[in-house]
Design a protein around this ligand. Structure first.
Ligand SMILES: [Zn+2]
Ligand SMILES: [Zn+2]
Length: 220
């Protein structure tokens, strides 16, 4: 049985008998929106008629499964992963699948997607940004991307002003401040590049220096 192989590879053996003495399994759930872990026991069930004790996984994991689910259990080192094969995997898992799957397979999976995705409720922790910092940065930029040497074209908003995004050079989540010295009004292309492009650290340092020079010139 494959499950037993994966669990043994993770260094786990079923305990003799259930109850408190049983081995604890910690499954990391990879499929569906219910990301998280399932804790379940792993034990050898004593069976009648002198049959050999059979390894069983506790109720917590069984409850998570619905009849007809196809389940995949695997391990990476001592971590055990569980997924429902037919459920939509989490994005990071989808990327792992995509890394090895054929183009045909990926297209099949995409085509099998429901047209109307399920909705889920999320709780997001967000920062309350000072709107004056945003407005002042846009005024400072004066319709030009604040990344030195930017040559991207800018489109217009309905209001007639050029569209720029106010970016925190050092992210607030990394201790950056919500101040004019740490924001730059930049074009969408530069913005994505600053978040996802190569040489992000170099770009960040350059932009910080550039903005601090601009602020010094404005006499802040
Ligand atoms: Zn940004
Ligand atoms: Zn730009």
């Amino acid at each position: 049985m494959l499950t037993r192989t994966a669990l043994a590879a993770a260094g786990l053996q079923p305990s003799e008998g259930g109850g408190k003495s049983s081995t604890e399994l910690n499954f990391l759930v990879l499929s569906g929106e219910g990301a998280g872990t399932i804790e379940a026991s792993y034990y050898k069930a004593i069976r009648k008629k002198k049959r050999l004790p059979e390894p069983r996984i506790g109720r917590a994991a069984v409850r998570w499964m619905v009849e007809g689910d196809r389940i995949l259990i695997g391990n990476i080192g001592s971590d055990i992963y569980i997924a429902k094969i037919d459920e939509i995997p989490r994005p990071e898992v989808a990327q792992l699948i995509a890394a090895t799957a054929s183009e045909v397979d990926i297209r099949k999976r995409a085509q099998a997607a429901k047209k109307q995705p399920k909705k889920i409720k999320r709780t997001v922790i967000d920062y309350v940004r000072n709107p004056f910092v945003v407005v002042a940065a846009l005024k400072r930029a004066d319709g030009k991307c604040e990344v030195p040497g930017c040559t991207h074209g800018l489109f217009l908003r309905d209001t007639g002003s050029r569209y720029l995004e106010v970016h925190h050079i050092v992210p607030l989540s990394q201790g950056g401040t919500d101040t004019l010295l740490n924001v730059a009004a930049i074009c969408p292309a530069c913005h994505r590049e600053h978040h996802f492009g190569t040489d992000r650290v170099v770009r960040q340092t350059q932009l910080l220096g550039h903005i601090s020079a601009r602020e010094a010139a404005l006499g802040s």
